[in-house]
Design a protein around this ligand. Sequence first.
Ligand SMILES: [Zn+2]
Length: 93
Amino acid sequence: MKVIRLRVGRLSGVEIEALRFGLELLLPQSALAGAAVAIEAVAPRLRCRACGVESEVKEPPFRCPACGSAEVELAAGREMQVESVDIAERDEE
Ligand SMILES: [Zn+2]
């Protein structure tokens, strides 16, 4: 079974349903025809520059939940990456 796994950050600006729709439109005409598309939405994660704590956040404003500092950077949530493309023709078992 062919499977394409994608990771899409919730802050990437990519609309997951639109992405899925586009892929389903394009895949049948490609070498990946018949492949299943698995899209994982990645929650935003902050890394605090003040205390070093990493935490998941839902939405802005982004502040460190541990110490309240606004000196934070985004450790995850903006990615748009292909995690794996499994195009093995043989069955796994
Ligand atoms: Zn902190």
